[in-house]
Design a protein around this ligand. Structure first.
Ligand SMILES: [Fe+2]
Length: 240
């Protein structure tokens, strides 16, 4: 019996193979110019936080949307985040973004038995990754963020700007029934949440439906991260 690493292998499954089904793609990428941005970003976020602070019981956020700040340092980072998220989806999907998008829409049409005449022709649309919302989060000693997900979001993006040590992020096992019954042997990592220990300058990307949380922050000073809710945007090519 042979273990295979990817559920896509099930397309060509043969007797005697084991497929690890329902893997969740999570990317961690270091920003090549993060060292130059993190100092100015730290000053900027703390300044913006003083202007408008959404002080929740568990952390503080700047007002959305970071694009409205018109700050070149933020716009530069956002451009890199959008490009990196695009490469993430293309790498997982195995094709250019437009092809991955069209294939997904075609699959949906087949699933819901949409008549061919009712299907929207997307072949001429340009697909891009865009930010629907973005904000900065500041954690001080004792702050934390309970498990949550990002509704109406294709890809959640988090960039770490500042922290006294590593910035911890817990990814919650998304298989909804894993806690229902303990068979005695957990052979598929059931219920084992994954703790990422990220460093300033690192970007994390994952599907918006994946629940995550920030464990209690007990460091000195502040822990600062930036978040973007990313979606796919359709744009018709410009005509002369
Ligand atoms: Fe979140």
């Amino acid at each position: 019996m042979t273990a295979v690493s990817d559920e896509r292998a099930s397309d060509e499954a043969r007797p005697g193979t084991i497929t690890r089904a329902f893997a969740t793609p999570v990317a961690r990428i270091g920003c090549p110019f993060g060292d130059q941005l993190n100092g100015p970003l730290t000053d900027l976020v703390l300044r913006r936080l003083g202007l408008v602070e959404n002080k929740f019981s568990y952390k503080s956020e700047t007002s959305a949307d970071m694009a409205s700040w018109c700050e070149p340092v933020v716009d530069s980072l956002t451009g890199w985040v959008l490009q990196t998220a695009r490469e993430f989806v293309e790498t997982v999907g195995g094709h250019p973004l437009s092809a991955v998008f069209t294939a997904s829409r075609a699959r949906d049409a087949n699933t819901f038995n949409t008549a061919a005449s009712d299907r929207v022709d997307l072949s001429s649309e340009e697909v891009t990754v865009a930010a629907s919302r973005s904000w900065a989060s500041v954690y001080r000693r004792g702050d934390q963020h309970p498990a949550h997900f990002h509704p109406n979001t294709a890809i959640a993006a988090i960039y770490y700007v500042h922290g006294p040590g590593s910035c911890e992020l817990d990814l919650i096992d998304p298989r909804s029934n894993v806690d229902y019954f303990d068979p005695g042997i957990l052979f598929a990592g059931e219920g084992q949440n994954i703790r990422l220990r990220c460093v300033p300058g690192e970007l994390v990307l994952f599907p918006g439906w994946l629940k995550h949380s920030v464990p209690r922050f007990d460091g000195d000073g502040v822990r600062i991260s930036l978040s973007w809710n990313l979606v796919y945007s359709l744009r018709s090519p410009q005509t002369g």
